[in-house]
Design a protein around this ligand. Sequence first.
Ligand code: ADP
Ligand code: MG
Length: 359
Amino acid sequence: MARIRFRNVRHAYPPPKGQDPVYALNEINQVWEDGGAYALLGPSGCGKTTLLNIISGLLTPSEGEILFDGEEVTHFPTSRRQIAQVFQFPVVYDTMTVFDNLAFPLRNRGMAETLVKERVEQIAQMLDLTANLKKRAAGLTADGKQKISLGRGLVRSDVNAILFDEPLTVIDPHLKWQLRSKLKELHQQVGVTMIYVTHDQVEALTFAEKVVVMYDGLVVQVGTPVELFNQPRHTFVGYFIGSPGMNVFSCRVDGGQPVFHNNLLKTSHRVKGELHGKLEVGVRPEFIEFARDGIPVRIEKIEDLGRYQVLTLTHESEIIKMVIKEDQDIPAENPRIQFDPDHTRIYCDDWLVEETIHA
Ligand code: ADP
Ligand code: MG
């Protein structure tokens, strides 16, 4: 097992003739601690697969270095890295039995057959594949094949890390939930570093201790689910985490405080000094409440989601999402709202302005 470190890693795929390279990864500096459970979360095309392939050695980055426990491995082939990788779509040998598929990574490293048997049976049991061990992989459903792929990723105990690249995409929703819990359980048992890629926030938040949020070739924030919720460092984290996502409004800043359509907003994160760039104020729908002397709004829509309600409000031309408990009253006339000062934050060019004075 190893601590994995990226130092100034950038990657551009070879561009079409005559065009400039576009970076799929921009300046990644990250440390994945030994034994951690990480989720890599971001929209399609943000660079997640590129990053995994750089860890496993399928890809050499255009710039920068990768270190395993302090040793540089940037130019090591995959075989020298001891990384298990599970891809989005099943990679199985159709003509082999399920047993032989699972045994493959172990036999490949010359493990004694009695140990192979023991380990394969253990993994098969965990993934509910025991009854299929003697069957040919070709006869299995897509779910079954992907379970073999997962099993092949999990079967070795001598790996530095296991990388999962959206491994549950082809799996039906119920089984998905089961497998995700199994992976988490397994992580707790064996403690090997796991990096789990997904574009699904629920999946990321349930699997991981630390969520690494990527956007446009950059890691924009690493944090626990609570940190990502309470303190989004980038407007993208605000939008992407939470449902509905954070409200982000264009604003100006006066005396360190945000001004939203001529309403001076209270914030406990008053900004120091001058700001240059696109200025926005962010507040999550959960941190808005009705208040007698607040900002006047119109209620456009009320969605009842059981334990809470999602309100769509407007002020001037701005759409505001608000979340309240199911039993909370909605003013019948002249509704006005206020934002929780502890959760009202200023963003400059999409990044949280961190230089603040606590008011
Ligand atoms: P993700 O896994 O987050 O969806 P990828 O790492 O696959 O993202 O892709 C990141 C960017 O790199 C995308 O813009 C994608 O089009 C581009 N890309 C990925 N693979 C290749 C490739 N083999 N050749 C050229 N461009 C690629
Ligand atoms: Mg991908």
